[in-house]
Design a binder for this molecule. Structure first.
Ligand SMILES: [Zn+2]
Ligand SMILES: [Zn+2]
Length: 54
């Protein structure tokens, strides 16, 4: 498995193995480009902040 992947940092926890944009309609970064990540532990260097509850 490659370790390159693309993540959304808008809070939707979106991950893709290809470049693209966020697909989650309710995400603040919907249709914003995903960011390249190369973590190997699935934690994405803590760059994916969970959306805080209202
Ligand atoms: Zn998103
Ligand atoms: Zn990652």
């Amino acid at each position: 498995m490659g370790d390159k992947h693309y993540i959304c940092t808008g809070g939707c926890l979106g991950v893709s193995d290809k470049p693209g944009v966020c697909q989650a309609p309710d995400c603040p970064k919907h249709e914003h480009p995903l960011e390249l990540c190369n973590c190997k532990d699935g934690k994405h260097y803590n760059r994916q902040n969970k959306k805080s509850a209202n």
